[in-house]
Ligand binder design. Structure first.
Ligand code: ZN
Length: 500
């Protein structure tokens, strides 16, 4: 090949490479009085004559169709000279832009932001909460594209708190792809921000209503929770992590390197139990960085944001996360075993006190969550169960059973670690239902046949047997207590789970 032809072809190759990388940048500003977020989306290097943009209709961790595009108004498209170009809506969450020969275009739209929820946008005079799914659009088929976002703040807003990567410009952030952008909520306002470094990682603590925070060693307790969780799995997958703790409200949502939670609106807790309940909630969202973000059912990522993603395994992702709140806080030295037993007794009482347990299996409650996330039909407790309730019961029983089968050498922790290291780290994917049970078999040395029946059917749970395995007793009101006459393996199991 002649050198000139070679250079000519090389030039074409580099040009094509450049064009195949679409530049995506958002400029975001706010209209606090009217509760709007203004977005300007600059796209460069487009390669097709039409470009389809998509906005998610749901947010991972929040298993309900929210239909975010309902909040979009004044959508417009412009060519590189600022002239309007035509577009058409495709389905409820698609916009098809007829950009023709134009490689660089700009889109603008507004998002109405006036719902208080961990999964929806809110803009008021003193703050903005921006969960990415409800705001940004991606180019169809190009979710893997990197994206930058620049926020223009009203004068009185001072701080931006998020797990997104900061750039040299304080108001501009970067995400390597749209999964990260969608998984990184942003809180902007006048929140109190503090930073700490712990075991080589950086943490941001953003508090919308910090009143009373000095009454307890909250940062110290967070560090204990972080150390306990990360020691349990043996790896820290993030560089930095942001706790976004908002004002009074309900709910929290987990993200890979952040969490966004509503609080009591104050850190003045009337009782120690209330404070422990709050720490339990924070622990839950933090432990999710493992159990659902990295240790995940195969259906939960990469995500299809256009429709429901069904999985029969949320009883692991949510139920075991509820269970682990207790062992983590106990191992961290924050709660005692009486608190642990009282909480477990309460959750067993809730499940066993309703007839829903006779009509829905735990597995089914996972699969049908898309119908029931906010289903408040009057027959709910009579005909359905929640994986938030029966899930932690199975977590405890499985922990006890694995210990019982292995002479207390293995536990549920080994299952969680195996799932993390074998599927997230080695295979970089989620696990299937059969792979989950296979891991349990490998850890326990035999199949967990009875446990699987408790998950997949509505058969009655033999609490007395499992309590005895762990040196415990359970009475007719579902109160779990320490068995006085206990020695050998049950005593070892009890002390391993609940402490001495
Ligand atoms: Zn959860």
């Amino acid at each position: 090949m002649k050198r000139s032809v070679y250079l000519f072809l090389l030039g074409i190759f580099f040009s094509l490479s450049l064009f195949s990388q679409t530049g995506i940048h958002y400029d975001v500003s706010f209209d606090p009085e009217e509760h709007y977020i203004h977005l300007n989306l600059s796209l460069s290097g487009l390669s097709e004559e039409t470009t389809t943009l998509r906005m998610p209709v749901w947010a991972p961790g929040y298993y309900i169709i929210i239909d975010y595009p309902k909040n979009v108004v004044d959508f417009n498209a412009f060519d590189s000279e600022g002239n309007p170009i035509s577009w058409e809506k495709e389905g409820k969450n698609g916009w098809v832009i007829n950009n023709g020969a134009f490689r660089d275009i700009t889109l603008s739209y507004r998002v109405y932001a006036n719902t208080q929820s961990v999964a929806e946008c809110m803009v008021t005079s003193d703050k903005a909460f921006i969960p990415g799914n409800g705001v940004y659009m991606h180019i169809e088929g190009k979710k893997e594209s990197p994206v930058s976002v620049c926020f223009t703040l009203p004068d009185r807003w001072k701080q931006i708190s998020t797990g997104l990567k900061r750039t040299e410009d304080a108001n501009t952030f970067y995400a390597a792809d749209f999964d990260i952008l969608y998984d990184s909520p942003v809180y902007i306002g006048t929140q109190q921000v503090s930073y700490f470094t712990h075991e080589g990682h950086h943490y941001e603590l953003a508090l919308e209503t910090p009143e009373g925070i000095e009454e307890q060693d909250f940062t110290g307790d967070l560090k204990k929770i972080i150390s306990t969780c990360t020691a349990l799995i043996g790896d820290v997958p993030y560089e930095d992590y942001c706790f976004i703790l908002m004002g009074r409200g309900g709910g929290g949502l987990e993200h890979f390197n952040s969490q966004a939670c509503f609080t009591y609106g104050t850190y003045h807790f009337e009782t120690e139990e209330m404070y422990h309940g709050f720490l339990s909630f924070i622990t839950h969202e933090y432990f999710h960085l493992y159990n659902v973000k990295t240790i995940r059912p195969i259906e939960l990522g990469p995500f299809d944001y256009d429709r429901e993603v069904f999985t029969p395994l949320l009883w692991i992702s949510e139920g075991f996360t509820v269970y682990y709140e207790l062992p983590i806080l106990l191992r961290a030295g924050i709660i005692n075993k009486d608190y642990f037993l009282k909480e477990m007794s309460a959750v067993i009482r809730k499940v066993e006190g309703n007839t829903g347990k006779n009509h829905m299996s735990l597995r089914q409650s996972s699969y049908d969550i898309w119908l029931n996330f906010f289903n408040r039909n009057a027959n709910g407790a009579d005909t359905r169960i929640s994986y938030y309730d029966k899930g932690p019961i199975i977590g405890l029983l499985m922990d006890i059973e694995i210990r019982q089968m292995t002479d207390n050498r293995r536990s549920l922790d080994d299952v969680m670690r195996a799932l993390y290291w074998q599927y997230y780290k080695e295979k970089n994917r989620g696990f299937t239902e059969e792979e989950f049970w296979q891991i349990c078999t490998e850890v326990a040395g035999q199949p967990l046949t009875e446990m699987r029946r408790y998950v997949e059917t509505t058969c009655a749970i033999d609490y007395t047997k499992y309590a005895a395995y762990a040196g415990l007793e359970i009475d007719e009101n579902w109160n779990i207590s320490i068995s006085e006459s206990c020695s050998g393996l049950p005593l070892c199991i009890r002390e391993s789970i609940f402490g001495k």
